[in-house]
Design a protein around this ligand. Sequence first.
Ligand SMILES: O=C(O)c1ccc(O)c(O)c1
Ligand SMILES: [Mg+2]
Length: 577
Amino acid sequence: MRKSIATVSVSGTLIEKLEAIAAAGFDGVEIFENDLLACSMPPEEIRARAADLGLTIDLYQPFRDFESVPDDLLARNLRRAEHKFQLMERLGTDLLLVCSNVSPGAIGDDDLAAAQLRTLAERAAEHGIRIAYEALAWGRHVNEYLHAWRVVQLADHPGLGTCLDSFHILSRGSDPIGIEAIPGEKIFFLQLADAPLLAMDVLQWSRHYRCFPGQGNFDVAGLVRHTLNAGYAGPLSLEVFNDHFRQADTRRTARDGMRSLIALEAELKGATRPPVPSGFAFAELADTGALGEVLSALGFVRTGGHPTKPVELWEQGGARLLLNATGAAPALVALGLESPDPAGAVKHAESLLSPVLPRERAPREARLDAIAAPDGTQIFFCDDSWLSDFAPDPDGRAGGEITGIDHVALTQPWHYFDEAELFYRSVLGLRPQGSLELPDPYGLLRSKAMSARDGAVRMVVNIAQVGAGDIPWQHVALACDGVLAVARRLRAEHPGLLLPIPGNYYDDLQARYEVDPELRRLGVLYDRDEDGGEFLHLYTVTVGRVFFELVQRIGGYDGYGAANAPIRLAVQHSGDN
Ligand SMILES: O=C(O)c1ccc(O)c(O)c1
Ligand SMILES: [Mg+2]
C-alpha cells in the first residue's frame, strides 16, 4: 500500500521535513497549513521540490469550522475556501481535509451541515478538488466517524467523502467495525495514529500524546483491516501530534514512522512473527578493570578469554557476562540474545530499518550478526556457537546462587522512548507488560517493561527526566536462587558493595507485610503481588554507568519491584553510590 505522512508528525522546516520523509521511503505527504505558511518558497516551488524528491502531495489540511454555520458566515467561509483551492492548484494537490466544526456557534443540524458541505464540494469540483470530511473527536456536533459519514451521505456529492482518523475513532471508544458499512470509494483518506491510554481531555490527548502505530495501546491494525475490508484503496497516512517528536531528529522520526507502517503492514498480512529470542546469551560490558572485582564478589568466575580481542567471559549458573577492556567507563554495550533463527532475526530487523552493524570476524570465529538498538546498544542474535570463540579457562568453574540473567534495564534518551518501544515490540517481538511513572528526588522516571516467552527475555526501558539531566544508568538484573544467602555473604565480605537502604523503608515494609526482620539488616528489598507472589531483590553500588541487581522471584511474581525503585533512585542520588 502507498505510505504517507503528515508534515506535522516530524520536526523541522517544511523542506527539511520533505527531505526526511522522502529519505525514509514514503510515497506521499499531507501538507499541514502551518508548515506551508512558514515556508519562504512559493507553492509552485514546494510542489517541484516534492516531485523531485519523489513525493506526491496527497492532501492539504486542515480547513476548519466550515459547516453548520449561519448564512452570513457561509459566504465568508466559501471565500476562505476559494483561497485554499487556488493555493492547492498551485501546490498540485486535489484533496482538502475539512475537520468538523468545533466552534460554539456551530448549529447542530445535519441537513444544514450537508447542504453547506455540498456547496463546498461543488465549488471545489470547479478546481478539480475533492473534500474529505473528518469528525474531530471534540467536534461541536459531529465528533463520531459514523456521524460524519451520515452527513456525507446526506450531502450526496461525488466530490465529497469522509476522512477516517484512527485517533478520533479509537479515543472515543467507537467500534471501528462500522467502517465496513462505508463504501470504500467514499473513504477519501485514512489517517493513522496510536496513543497511550490516558484519562484526559481528548483534545490535549490528541495534540500532545499521539504516537506511531505500535507505540501506544490502540488496535490500529484492526481499524485498518476494517477500512481495507470496506474497499479503501488510498494511502496509509501517519498523522501524529507529539511533543517529543516535534523536538526529535527529523530523519530519525520519519524512519521510525516508516518502521511502524512496515510492521503494521506485516501484521495485516498475517506475516509470521519475528524469530522471538528464547533467552539471554550474554550481556557485554565495557570495562576499565573495575568490574572484575565486582563480579568476583558476586560469585562469578572468569571462564574464558577471547583469542584475539580483549574480552573475558565470566560465568555463574546460566549467567554469562563479557567484560570488554575497551578502556571506556563501565557501561553495558551489547546484549546477546539466544535466537532460534539468528539469520532470520537479522533479516527481520533489517526489513524494519534497523541498522545491521558491520562485523570484523576472524576466519574461524562464529558468525554473529548484530543490530543497533535505538540507544546504540548492540544486539547480537546467537546460537550456541559463540561460546566456542572463548578459549576455555582450565580453572573455570561456574556454580553459585546466581542462575541467569533475569532482565536488563536500559536508559533511553528521552526523545527516543517511543522509538524504543516500537523497536523492542516489532524487531524483537517482545510484548509490553506495562508502563509506570516513578518519582525520583529530582524528577520522574518513566519506565516500560517488555518480555517474551513467559519471561525468558525481559527488558526494562527507562527514561529519566530530572533537573540534573538524563541519568544514563543501566543495570543487569541477575536471577538468584537465594538472595538472602548472597546478601549475608556480601554483607560479611564486601559490605561496601551493596546499596544501603534507609531504615524508614523497612519500618513501612514491616507495617505492610510482616517480613523477616533480617531483610532490614541485609538491605534486601521486598515486594508482593496480589496473588501472593514475592520478589526479593538487592542492588550493588554503581560502577561507571552500571549497577547489578540480584532478584529472586517466588510464586510466579512477574513484576520488577517498581514500588521500591523510588527508594533505590533516592539512595543512588544521595551519594556516589
Ligand atoms: O488537532 C486538530 O485540530 C486536528 C487537525 C486535523 C486533523 O486531521 C486532526 O486529526 C486533528
Ligand atoms: Mg486527522
